[in-house]
Design a binder for this molecule. Structure first.
Ligand SMILES: CCCCCCCC/C=C\CCCCCCCC(=O)SCCNC(=O)CCNC(=O)[C@H](O)C(C)(C)COP(=O)(O)OP(=O)(O)OC[C@H]1O[C@@H](n2cnc3c(N)ncnc32)[C@H](O)[C@@H]1OP(=O)(O)O
Length: 218
């Protein structure tokens, strides 16, 4: 399976590169939000567009042929900068940065106006996106990673744009299947609950244990 590979970068240099990646990601995230809610005159919008196009031309001077993938370093750090939920250099990603405890993973984050579905509320597909990732992350954290086979969501109340928390844990494992549960909540309480089945794919079952546990650390 391509897309998972080792790309060794010395620790200090990797830290520096992460700061740059996070910086440009955050700037474009701010740009996306500002684009949605700006109320400036049209001339200013057109001037901003010219500058944005110039920035895009700089970034496109050199590019990788594929998507970013997941890149491993021997110090245990892995880069998934293109991930749609966690990717620090992906402006589409909020990004959601997970923390892990003994039996669960969680994150506190904020969703701005670019994630709107119903007025003032988070789009249901965005809720699903985040729940997929947090449940998948719980499976990784439990050492039983897998691809999402099935994801069921119960939307209990609208999720207001702004600050929120997500968390997930493993319910049980059955062979190659990991059953995970999780939720998203705001100051209003639990807004959505999810159950998912994460399946270690056939290609991963055939890998040697060492590589599999390394992916499991991802
Ligand atoms: C070392 C492992 C590495 C894994 C990779 C993870 C790395 C993670 C790293 C960092 C990420 C952190 C978090 C990520 C979170 C986000 C995850 C996503 O968004 S994933 C993208 C969306 N999902 C897909 O694109 C899947 C597409 N579907 C497939 O690839 C296959 O259909 C797959 C893997 C789901 C199953 O295919 P088969 O060939 O491996 O499975 P068969 O051998 O037929 O079945 C195994 C068992 O699973 C059940 N099963 C099969 N498909 C099922 C399904 N869709 N739902 C429920 N059960 C299913 C079967 O009934 C069988 O069960 P019985 O062992 O007999 O009890």
């Amino acid at each position: 399976m391509s897309g998972y590979f080792t790309e060794e970068i010395p620790a200090e240099e990797l830290t520096r590169q992460m700061e740059v990646a996070r910086g440009v990601g955050d700037s474009v995230r701010a740009l996306v939000a500002a684009t949605v809610v700006t109320d400036v005159d049209e001339d200013d919008v057109i001037e901003a567009q010219r500058l944005i196009d110039a920035a895009t031309a700089i970034l496109e001077r050199r590019r990788i042929d594929s998507s970013f993938g997941i890149r491993f370093n021997s110090d245990g750090r892995q880069r998934n900068w293109g991930n749609a939920v966690e990717g620090i250099r992906n402006p589409v990603a909020p990004p959601v940065e997970f923390e892990a405890g003994d039996d669960r993973v969680w994150a506190e984050f904020s969703l701005g106006p670019q994630y709107e579905g119903p007025p003032g509320l988070v789009h249901g597909g965005v809720i699903a996106l985040i729940l997929d990732q947090v449940l998948g992350h719980a499976a990784v954290h439990a050492g039983a990673p897998g691809m999402t086979g099935t994801l069921s969501i119960r939307y209990r109340q609208g999720t207001k744009l702004g600050s929120m928390r997500t968390e997930a844990w493993i319910d049980r494992t059955e062979g190659v299947k990991t059953f995970a549960k999780g939720q998203i909540s705001t100051a209003d309480g639990i807004c959505a609950e999810a159950e998912g089945i994460f399946i270690m794919p056939r290609w991963a079952r055939e890998l040697d244990i060492d590589r599999r546990s390394r992916i499991g650390d991802a």
